[in-house]
Design a protein around this ligand. Structure first.
Ligand code: ZN
Length: 339
């Protein structure tokens, strides 16, 4: 099989690997589509440490089942599936108490274990979900973002009619805004990029704030009737300052840091508002257990990702695509690779 492996900073190569055997409880997948996200670009740049090397890239995958191992039930050859990249240990205290999304030893394929950027892969059957026919391959690579957004809304305890300021209008921020609307909350999306904000507006996000053109504090004050927002979600892969986003919350408000934990060291700004306003701050780094709900939101077109694919590329062009996006990271939305 052929796989794109990251060996070191800026060293990504297409390697020929031995064919894997399909063991018990496992399935062999032919990759139909794989997403390249900002996290992948950051790993390539060396801005996120590699936990093992070489590492097969890619955590967002749609595949076709071509072989099933012993004991596999519910999946058969020809099924089109999405893979949940998050694997919990099932033995730690959170896992045993039914909170597997808070697993102490959570692994993520493509981040701290081999991912899916290969022509074929062999994976445990229990991480796969069959896709409805109406969900296209290139849309399904966003299921992981939708699942993370559902988990965020749930952890924040977002209530009907509440405001949620979302800082960062990249693919995850725009999807989170759409999920918030589904929960009958009012998203206010803040970014410095006019084009990304107008893309969000075209996907149904009504309140957007360009923090270059307007003072976000004044705008949010006005939109919330002077209360400021009950909830704030800061997208960690955005280029915005975390400290500033704390100021958008009301006293006693709830704030979530959403996304990838490995770049949290770069969070900037003053965090005094956490104490001054007695904010409840939480982290949400996965959408484990939320895949079926995320697939449903895509199948019912509740979440529209149609404009979020910036390019579709051939399997041979992965390195070229990642390299190009290093220069242009803030404008990067999502590339879809079709082997
Ligand atoms: Zn666990």
């Amino acid at each position: 099989m052929k796989a794109w492996r990251l060996h070191d900073k800026e060293k990504l190569t297409l390697d020929e690997l031995p064919v894997q055997n399909v063991g018990p409880d496992c399935v062999k997948l032919k990759t139909l589509a794989c997403g390249i996200s900002i996290t992948d670009v950051l790993m390539y740049e060396g801005k996120m440490p590699l936990s093992s090397s070489p590492l097969i890239m890619g955590r967002q995958c749609v595949g076709l089942v071509v072989e099933t191992g012993e004991n596999v039930t519910g999946l058969s050859r020809g099924n089109r599936v999405a893979a949940d990249p998050f694997v919990c240990c099932k033995t730690c205290a959170p896992c045993k108490s039914g909170k597997s999304d808070e697993c102490e030893k959570m692994l993520c394929y493509g981040v701290n274990d081999n991912g899916f950027m290969s022509d074929f892969s062999v994976v445990p059957a229990n991480m796969l979900y069959v896709l409805p026919d109406r969900v296209q391959d290139s849309d399904a690579v966003f299921i992981e973002h939708i699942a993370l957004s559902i988990n965020t809304v749930s952890k924040l305890g977002l209530d009907k009619g509440e405001h949620i300021v979302i800082v960062g209008a990249n693919a995850l921020g725009i999807i989170l805004a759409q999920v918030a609307i589904y929960y009958q909350a009012v998203p206010i999306l803040v970014d410095t990029d006019a084009e990304m904000l107008s893309l969000a507006e075209s996907l149904g996000v009504y309140y957007t704030v360009n923090s270059v053109e307007a003072d976000p504090m004044k705008k949010i004050f006005s939109l919330t009737g002077g209360k400021m927002a009950e909830t704030v979600a800061f997208v960690t892969t955005s280029h915005m300052a975390f400290g500033r986003s704390l100021e958008y919350a009301t006293n006693g408000g709830r704030v979530a840091l959403v996304g990838c934990s490995d770049i949290a060291d770069e969070l900037s700004g003053s965090f005094a508002s956490i104490l001054n306003k007695q904010l409840k701050v939480m982290g949400v780094n996965n959408g484990a257990r939320m895949f079926p709900a995320a697939i449903n939101l895509l199948a019912t077109r509740t979440v529209d990702v149609s404009k979020l694919v910036s390019c579709e590329i051939k399997f041979a062009d992965v390195e070229k695509c990642v390299r190009e996006h290093v220069e242009n990271r803030d404008r990067f939305i999502k590339a879809v690779v079709k082997p």
